[in-house]
Design a protein around this ligand. Sequence first.
Ligand SMILES: Nc1nc2c(ncn2[C@@H]2O[C@H](COP(=O)(O)OP(=O)(O)OP(=O)(O)O)[C@@H](O)[C@H]2O)c(=O)[nH]1
Ligand SMILES: [Mg+2]
Length: 292
Amino acid sequence: MTRIERYGWRGTVEPGIARVVSAHGDYYHLVCNEAEGEILARKKKSAFTRMKTVAPDSMKGKKISEIRATAPVVPMTGDFVRFRHNSRGDSMILETLPRFSHFERKDPTAKRTSQTLAVNFDVLFVMMSLNENFSTARIDRYLSLAEDRGGGDVCAVVTKMDLREEGDEEFLEDLAETVAGRARILHISSLTGEGMDEVRELAAPGRTLAFIGSSGVGKSTLLNALAGEEWAAVQEIQEWSGKGRHTTTSRELVMLPCGAMVIDTPGIREIGMIGETDEIRLKGESTHRWRK
Ligand SMILES: Nc1nc2c(ncn2[C@@H]2O[C@H](COP(=O)(O)OP(=O)(O)OP(=O)(O)O)[C@@H](O)[C@H]2O)c(=O)[nH]1
Ligand SMILES: [Mg+2]
């Protein structure tokens, strides 16, 4: 098996295919068959800046994804790309290859129609911790957005099960009802190891797990537990406020010792659905105004 196949490529192996493991503005770190380790690449400017304009009439009755398919897709972590290798300098990304799965939300800044949060995953972990942050309605919204993912499985993952208190049963049952038939539920604690066997089962060689969820739910901590070492920075504080602070600031694809990969993402502050405001009941608070 070649390197790019170990990194999840399922098409025919040809020269010039790479996977993006991290993106830093114009620069990308790639893995490929052409070189060991990670190589640095830039994207070919003319390929991505010359966005085709779409005639208004051709947009009628079309989904956003159909319209967007006419313009070049800017690569992101997790993408497979076609590239030109340069052993003496920066390599050049020529094209983003079709994605087999993607998770998008409405862009909270409203600058774009939507924002892609994870691509090319085999399993999407929608994560939420069993503390003040717990909200069945939020998971419901994630799962609704995940219906358009195109491929891969979804798991609703309740983290920090070691913080379970009396009365949490009600919240967990409520969640189980909401998730039933739409996703698998996992209950885990990276601290005690609860539920980790199930996670490890999903982490088969060549498969990609993508972790999404609010800041502080324990995405990077789970990555570190699976990696068996301190891969990603984790906020040290015990009492996580979760307000306005993000420990992970960019998406990263990490190869685990078991041969599976994890895409760790920065915390999501809002999970948008087109222009509504509603109330979400949070554990520990009576109500909380949540702008979708
Ligand atoms: N009690 C308990 N605390 C945990 C667990 N997992 C993570 N934490 C703590 O939760 C805090 C946040 O964890 P992170 O892994 O940084 O959270 P994150 O989801 O990566 O956050 P962002 O990178 O900001 O999106 C840290 O203080 C962790 O030690 C767990 O299973 N149980
Ligand atoms: Mg993190």
